[in-house]
Design a protein around this ligand. Structure first.
Ligand code: XMP
Length: 512
């Protein structure tokens, strides 16, 4: 396994993902991890990440000395290379010239990291992002690659297996980045290709059986990717000791509740209790138009319904949650982006104190793409694994203002038509999230010889990677036309359809 020490680069998480994609388990910790913890981790190799600081500044972060004394290979990336140089007796200089973006590096000396890896003879197209650079090699090192503006773009000491690269192999703009990372973890660190979905599942099943033994486990199943994969995994590990509670709040998409029951209860034979709470949620939401208050009401009702169902069950010791690794890293990030204090991230927070469970979080160290691969390997359908995200408050934040059943029913039908057409045209997978929004305003239309005075539906589709920023999807006009015609023709309560052309920021993805 590979240890990644994080100096706060925006790309640090990517390093961990790339290493795992190469089939090797990796974990990321803050750069100031204690010597004991580093030894206890027993890494086969260590990667030092990039970071925003300058090694030339007094008191800037350094790798613990034990990193260079363990006798395992070390790869320093950007800041990681610079601190390696400083700590081993080389030197780094701040320069006014900053290099960002694409660059070609030339191999000077084909060391074990680079040998045979090239885009053109002796040339690599890489992604640079740095101000400082190494200007003096530490004792025992050689230059392995250079660019005109950065003569020491990569360095190595093959005797000790220390490697430094000024560029970022973890970003896809470095064309051979994957090959370089694979070379480091397999060729240099000697790690096997063991981190595969099949292997992860076997490992998890074994760990879950050991942790849970004969006890009972409760899982809040939402039908989203993470809780679905947890359900499938736990079912495989402990069978009937698992009970799922699925809260149908009446704010789900068309037929969603039935589909969840069919897949998990009927097809997979998992015990799922469906709490039909539509009326209860609608009653609690009646008369409330404020978005934040609506969210709170929905959250509170969810906890109450879930708690009531949980109390009906006897002798449950564990609560399972679909926490994933980015949740863990994010809730631990401090101002340096350090994975410092690992706090537990509670998806089902706010349960009453007397309902105390131990937590089971089998996806806690996995990235979303790993969770998806696990789900596929466990036999969950593609349509569920690659589903767009759906917010906890559901249609509650897609019906503007007061929520009414009438509105929810109209919205569900419109949204379903939108999704059918996106899937049929191949646009579902090209957008990150798409949905319809109910506008509680009436607009005039004409149908045949008659006047129609009915509701407005907005269509929202976005492209985004991180959901922090998003661009409205440039759906083809023909497709938008088909969708809008179908919605107005098939749903007589709708007289107008509009397409949302706002990007985030300044708009958010959801309308409330
Ligand atoms: P916004 O609207 O903030 O949405 O641009 C970003 C992403 O977060 C989802 N979202 C939520 N998810 N509970 C959730 O579980 C919420 O209250 C919530 N609000 C927004 C939204 O669907 C989008 O993917």
């Amino acid at each position: 396994r590979i240890l990644i020490l994080d100096f706060g680069s925006q790309y640090s998480q990517l390093i961990a993902r790339r290493v795992r994609e190469a089939g090797v388990y990796s974990e990321m910790y803050a750069y100031d991890m204690s010597d004991d913890d580093i030894r206890a981790f027993a890494p086969s190799g260590i990667i030092l990440s990039g970071g925003p600081e300058s090694t030339t500044v007094e008191g800037s972060p350094r790798a613990p000395d034990v990193v260079f004394n363990l006798g395992v290979p070390v790869l320093g990336i950007c800041y990681g290379m610079q601190t390696m140089a400083m700590q081993l007796g080389g030197d780094v200089q701040s320069s006014d010239f900053q290099e960002f973006g694409r660059a070609d590096v030339i191999h000077e000396f084909p060391d074990r990291l680079f040998a045979g890896i090239e885009d053109e003879p002796k040339k690599l197209r890489v992604w640079m992002s740095h101000g400082d650079k190494v200007v003096k090699l530490p004792e025992g090192f050689q230059i392995s690659a250079s660019t005109p503006s950065c003569p020491i773009a990569a360095m190595s000491d093959e005797t000790r297996n220390f490697y430094g690269v000024q560029f970022h192999p973890e970003v896809t703009h470095t064309l051979q980045g994957e090959a370089l990372i694979s070379r480091f973890v397999h060729g240099i660190c000697g790690c096997g290709n063991l981190w595969t979905p099949e292997h992860i599942i076997d490992l998890r099943v074994e760990q879950l059986r050991e942790q849970i033994a004969e006890e009972k486990v409760l899982l809040g199943l939402s039908g989203g990717v993470d809780s679905s994969v947890v359900a499938a995994l736990l079912h495989k590990a402990i069978g009937d000791q698992l009970t799922c509670v699925f809260v149908d709040n009446g704010l789900l998409r068309l037929h969603e509740g039935d589909q969840v029951m069919q897949m998990f209860a009927e097809n997979m034979g998992i015990r799922v209790i469906r709490a039909d709470a539509e009326q209860r949620f609608l009653t609690a939401l009646a008369g409330e138009a404020d978005p934040e208050k609506k969210r709170k009401i929905i959250g509170r009702e969810f906890i109450e319904v879930f708690t009531e169902e949980a109390r009906k069950l006897e002798g449950v010791k564990f609560l399972a949650q679909g926490t994933i690794y980015p949740d863990v890293i994010e809730s631990a990030a401090t101002k340096h982006g350090k994975a410092h204090v690992i706090k537990s991230h509670h998806n089902v927070g706010g349960l009453p104190d007397d309902l105390a469970f131990d937590l089971v979080e089998p996806l806690r160290d996995l990235f979303k793409d790993e969770v998806r691969k696990l789900g596929t390997t466990l036999g969950l359908p593609h349509s569920m694994i690659y589903r767009h995200p759906f917010p906890g408050p559901g249609l509650g934040v897609r019906i503007l203002g007061e929520v009414k059943k009438e509105y929810a029913d109209i919205l569900r039908r419109a949204d379903d038509i939108f999704m059918q057409e996106l899937r049929a045209s191949g646009w579902y997978d090209k957008t990150a999230q798409a949905f319809a929004v109910f506008q509680p305003v009436k607009s005039v239309g004409v149908v045949g010889d008659g006047r129609r005075y009915a509701w407005v539906i907005a269509l929202r589709a976005v492209e985004t990677v991180d959901f922090m920023t998003a661009r409205f999807a440039h759906l083809p006009y023909d497709l938008v036309e088909t969708i809008s015609n179908r919605i107005m023709n098939e749903i007589k309560e709708v007289s107008r359809v509009v397409y949302d052309v706002s990007s985030k920021p300044p708009a958010t993805i959801e309308w409330e």
